[in-house]
Ligand binder design. Structure first.
Ligand code: IMP
Length: 437
């Protein structure tokens, strides 16, 4: 079997969690490949709402195996907040979640470093979720980080103490007042104590060499779905650097973050919203600073599921979408939150960028340059409710026309249109989803 991939084509928050949950019944294994608790994957069903940060979105199907891959970074404290909320809903993730021994740990002092770095940047701050993502990946690439597989080492405590001291030295150099800084509402010492307790609990999970586990699944004919976090435009290499996250969010990240060879990748599903959002700093050429932007934010509940911050909203950006499609080798598209645009009279779509009279359909390196201006097509809105119209034939005509327009502009089929957060609010345009053989 091949590994199918679901990932985001914009600046994150596309709705990957919902779609992974919808796809899960068709797969045997769901494996998260990068990022950490900066992610917030929201899943709604039976009137209940869950937000996952580290745990794969297949967890709501107890008969399916979920895997946290080597490319993910784990904060045990946050992981156990998720575990405890699932336990409170009679779901026990400890039974169907495997954790890679190679996954790195986010230490409490990584969170201090994140905050110190952001504070030092002033107005140029990235708008990090402050979950310690950049500093934890930095330690991975500096070859000093602690991994899940080190938890039982006799040297774990001394390595932890060494890293913590190294981090605190930097924090002091930055003159960051870490004594009065609260991490998730707790002073450093208290957070550290809770974190160390969570580290003990982490040992309840089955630690595996997930690369061997997943490759055995593939050769045994089991179907694997790889779940991405954040989005392509936040990729460390191809995103709007430096306003990016610290991992490869693209399909190549699934190979590196799970130990899967490129030839084992099957269908790549690219998820995008019918409009665009971004949370945090950085360029966003199609951003709307008017009541249409406010409308999208309000109607789409565009507030961060990890930080609660209001998301910036704007029109769909085709050069950016086509860039993401190219980088990921996307085969099929999934369009989310089209219902949020239900009441719009007209819709704009960026088709190219203009710089000093020259048009280009490429995403420019210096996306934030003030000389660059988006060029738009204007399409009629459907201006009618899509609520409850979950069959293809019932969709408003102009919504179908908008979908066809995007298919034409990308050369790819839009397999699914999502018209709300619940599992049931999903229109399969091309019939049943086929798992790659
Ligand atoms: P970090 O990865 O928390 O350091 O954040 C870096 C940038 O990526 C910031 O602009 C964040 O708002 C953004 N970001 C990180 N994770 C997500 C996500 O899951 N959804 C949307 N934006 C994210």
């Amino acid at each position: 079997m091949k590994v199918d991939v679901i990932l985001g084509l914009q600046w994150g928050d596309e709705g990957k969690g919902k779609i992974v949950d919808v796809f899960t019944p068709r797969y045997d294994v769901i494996a998260r490949f990068q990022g950490g608790p900066n992610a917030g994957h929201t899943i709604e069903f039976d009137g209940k709402k869950f937000v996952l940060h580290t745990i794969p979105s297949g967890i709501f199907h107890p008969e399916k195996q979920n895997v946290i891959g080597n490319g993910v970074i784990i904060d045990p404290f946050i992981l156990f907040q998720e575990v405890d909320s699932l336990l409170a809903s009679n779901l026990n993730p400890i039974e169907n979640l495997l954790v890679s021994r190679r996954a790195h740990l986010i230490l409490p002092s990584h969170r201090l470093l994140d905050a110190a770095y952001e504070a030092s940047k002033g107005a140029d701050k990235i708008g990090s979720t402050l979950k310690g993502i950049g500093p934890a990946y930095t330690d991975k690439y500096s070859r000093v980080g602690l991994r899940v597989g080190n938890l039982n080492d006799s040297s774990f405590n001394s390595c932890y103490a060494y890293l913590k001291e190294r981090h605190l030295e930097i924090v002091r150099q930055y003159k960051f007042d870490y004594i009065n800084y609260l991490i998730d509402g707790l002073p450093f010492d208290e957070y550290e104590e809770a974190w160390l307790e969570s580290v003990k609990r982490l040992k309840q999970f089955r630690f595996v060499d997930s690369e061997y586990y997943l490759n055995r699944c593939i050769s045994d004919g089991k179907s694997v779905l790889a779940e991405g976090a954040q989005g392509t435009l936040l990729d460390i290499d191809f995103g709007s650097f430096p306003y990016v996250t610290s991992s490869n969010t693209i399909t190549a990240g699934a190979c590196a973050g799970l130990g899967i060879a490129p030839g084992q990748i099957g269908t790549v599903y690219g998820i995008f919203k019918a409009y665009c959002t971004r949370v945090g700093g950085g360029p966003f050429p199609t951003e709307l600073h008017n009541e249409q932007g406010d409308h999208l934010r309000k109607a789409g509940h565009e507030f961060g599921s990890t930080t609660g911050r209001p998301r910036r909203c704007g029109w769909l950006d085709l050069p950016a979408l086509n860039y993401a499609i190219m980088l990921n080798g996307v085969n099929k598209l999934i369009m989310m939150k089209a219902d949020v645009m239900d009441s719009m009279e007209s819709i704009r779509v960026c088709t190219s960028y203009e710089r000093e009279g020259i048009l280009s359909d490429k995403l420019p390196f210096d996306l934030g340059d003030e000389k660059i201006h988006p060029v738009y097509d204007t399409l009629p809105g459907w201006n009618s409710s899509s609520d409850g119209r979950m069959i293809l034939e019932a969709l408003p005509g102009n919504l179908v026309a908008y979908t066809n327009y995007i298919e034409q502009a990308t050369g790819l089929p839009i397999e699914i249109i999502s018209l709300g957060p619940d599992r049931t609010q999903t229109v399969f345009r091309k019939g049943e989803i086929k798992v790659s053989a």
